[in-house]
Write a protein that binds this ligand. Structure first.
Ligand code: FMN
Length: 225
């Protein structure tokens, strides 16, 4: 695939389809906690952050590949956390798993209880067993008592008129999936459709977080962040 191909327009997304954002006037902060060995998953993290920003919330990119250098305060303070890992050997990467295990103290304290959560992954193969990575991320979030947000997107590229330029071309509902050819760098892959899918998901996450937090405030519940 040429670079020009990655810049082709993405089919299937109409801004007017977006759910209006209900909120209590406060800009919410969503952390994107991710690992990326070679930069491809970073592209997705940045696309999700862009979508979050587009929707009027604050996005905080938090690399977690080095467990000794994680910005734990940012994760604790965030209203929601989106977890992202490349798929390595059909599961989250080793560094991401080290991060997961390093959260056990927070699990004990219920530090992230009732925050919203979501996930994304990227791998070289179309399937590549990416679903297992998303299952891992969602179970991890559930262990923390977090509430999981799906992609909420119709599957793309699943009919005779479909193409790899479709939004959600890999047809994922549990979390955002992307695919990066093994022989191309993050300047080229994942392709534009996957980047746009991640961005639209960021908008959805911002809307969900605004709704969730406004509800918590209305119910007089203590701040979740
Ligand atoms: C150790 C290792 C294991 C991998 N396992 C898989 C796999 O199970 N399925 C797959 O489709 N790709 C696999 N890949 C390819 C990566 O998922 C792919 O190159 C991805 O774009 C890397 O993302 P990153 O640049 O954010 O690290 C693997 C790569 C590595 C280095």
């Amino acid at each position: 695939m040429s670079r020009a191909d990655t810049q082709s327009p993405v089919k299937g997304h109409n801004m007017t389809d977006q759910t209006p954002i209900a909120h209590d006037g406060q800009a919410r902060t969503i952390a994107v906690a991710y690992h990326s060995g070679y930069g491809h998953t970073t592209v997705l993290a940045e696309s999700i952050a862009a979508g979050i920003g587009d929707a009027g919330a604050n996005a905080m990119l938090v690399p977690v590949g080095d467990a000794d250098a994680v910005d734990w305060d940012a994760l604790d303070a965030a209203d929601a956390i989106v977890f992202g890992s490349p798929t390595y050997m059909g599961s989250v990467s080793g560094p991401f798993k080290v991060f997961m295990d390093a959260t056990s103290g927070r699990w004990m304290e219920k530090a992230w209880q009732d925050k919203l959560a979501a996930g994304f992954t990227n791998s070289a193969s179309m399937s590549g067993d990416k679903l297992n990575t998303l299952v891992q991320l969602s179970v991890f979030a559930a262990q923390h008592g977090m509430n999981w947000v799906s992609t909420g997107m119709a599957p793309g590229n699943n009919h005779s008129q479909g193409s790899i330029d479709d939004l959600n071309r890999l047809g994922s509902t549990l979390g955002v999936m992307a695919q990066s050819n093994a022989d191309q760098g993050p300047d080229i892959v994942p392709p534009q459709s996957d980047r746009e899918t991640a961005k639209v998901f960021g908008q959805r996450m911002a809307a969900a977080t605004a709704r969730w937090m406004a509800g918590a405030v209305e119910a007089g519940e203590p701040a979740l962040g």
